[in-house]
Design a protein around this ligand. Sequence first.
Ligand code: SF4
Ligand code: SF4
Length: 191
Amino acid sequence: MAVRVVTVNRRNKIGGLERFFVPAIAKAFVVAMGHFFRNLKSFAAGKKVAILTQYPEECVDYADAFRGMPVLVQLDDGRPRCVACGLCEFACPSDCITIVPGELEGKGIERYPEVFDFDLSRCMFCGLCEEACPEEAIVMSREVELATTDRSRLLFHKEQLLVPQILLKRRLEFLRGEYDRARADMNRETQ
Ligand code: SF4
Ligand code: SF4
């Protein structure tokens, strides 16, 4: 993916009010009051409250770019799409991933992960494993309900990580769109 450099304009001097966040607090207050009165109006009219989501009964539909827990893409025949190349393991800055490769004889895919362990307690949901994968075999899911009081439950094995590719369709399509955009950007830059 092409790297974009964003220059942030920082003013060297800020005024007294800004130093104490007064404009930002006032702005936040106006936004909060706007939501409050809009909801109050909907409530008074007997309509569904516009802004609130009654979690956990209701869930928001996360954006396609949302990054939840990384999972492994499962092919229709039940096998992981992963070819155990180890790039995600190498790219992960938190050492979350442990792969032991195995070999398949007489199949289209020659290598597969005999072991694919993922330590969620170390993961920071950065998505670098997903970016590094040449096979679209590990992707960021929408799974975020992961809280536990037992650390041992945060170690996931291959079987627990596999998710049928049909359920990951939106994320896979989003990634392909991103790759296409990055490729178009690169082509423009080289022209
Ligand atoms: S999301 Fe980031 S921290 Fe988590 S496994 Fe992937 S590369 Fe590692
Ligand atoms: S980078 Fe992709 S193909 Fe390679 S080991 Fe990781 S998940 Fe498997």
